[in-house]
Design a protein around this ligand. Sequence first.
Ligand code: PLP
Length: 397
Amino acid sequence: MSDQPVKPATRVVQAGRREEWTGGVVNTPVWRASTILYDDVAHLRATGARDTHHRLFYGRRGTPTQWSLADALTELEPGAEATFLYPSGVAAIAACLLTLLSPGDELLLVDSAYDPTRSLADKLLARMGITTRYYDPLIGAGIAGLIGEHTRAIFMESPGSLTFEVQDVPAIVAAAKARGVATVIDNTWATPLLFPVIGLGVDYSVLACTKYVGGHSDVMMGSVTAASGRFAALRDTSFQLGQVISADDAFLGSRGLRTMAVRLAQHERSALTVARWLEGRDEVARVLHPALPSCPGHELWQRDFAGASGLFSFVLAGGSDAARAALIDSLEHFGIGYSWGGFESLAVPIDPQRHRSATECAFEGPLVRLQIGLEDPDDLIADLERGLAAWRAVMEG
Ligand SMILES: *Cc1c(COP(=O)(O)O)cnc(C)c1O
């Protein structure tokens, strides 16, 4: 094989597949295991004494099924050292922050973070004597002014959950590096295919693999990919926490990953079609989508990202919670449910102002978040047309 680096869509197909793990079949099979048997006592001792990375030792340390997926995710982030897998995205975030923070330390957490990340900081981390300061997602290089003597980590999520502000990741990384502070990003929305962050100097890239990696709304999983020199500490903490995912789930993760590039391309196209249509409607005050110029941080998205995925929100031009509920309830092709990244479209009411503490968050009306799935966007638009009519009926009635 040539040494020429391949494109991300090729990498997603080839990554993590090794002959000794697959035995010649294409997708790494399910290696279910707790006990691993040794030839004799000497063999048992020799295995236990060595670094067991990629060596069968005991089920909690994984089997080729988990290693294959972890390696594939690492290969998607040029410059990364290795990846650890977790039974959910939240478990991945928790393990990463527990790796970095100790009592007395301070965390800088973006104000637009996923709400369970805020809960982790405000409850578990607070109980351990770790303080959190929330910062404006648009702070950019201004983050330097918040870094104090006890600041140990900066947590980013770009675009932000629910409101989709795009952060200036390179500027924040530069400020963090100047002060020896670690950086973590929740990269679930873009995935490394659209935004490879380790190459930008981020120390830890977190994915809720439940979303686009799984891609079929049938598996819970998270991952943390570490930059060079950053993996050992993460692995030690994760082993101490007893984190492991089942071989069956890892198999589903690998199964989903192989089609992630084509799925993302379709999610992007369809979501943009729907977002632009919504933008032209009188019933809609604003569409919050990083690829639209009206989205805060849009120019950073243009500079740093290779594309967009399929999740965005829109703000209704006024109206009550009941009018919003009428809109959502009238949709036939959108399910009403949490999570996203699967093949099917979803709509949920969101109230981001409830999850803010450092920034003002005011909107013209209630918000709806859409996950645009793989259906034909014409059908989704016809559905939303019905939804907006239902909203109007409540407004006028
Ligand atoms: C869903 C989600 C998570 C958490 O993932 P789970 O697998 O549901 O625990 C984390 N971050 C973001 C941005 C998410 O949307």
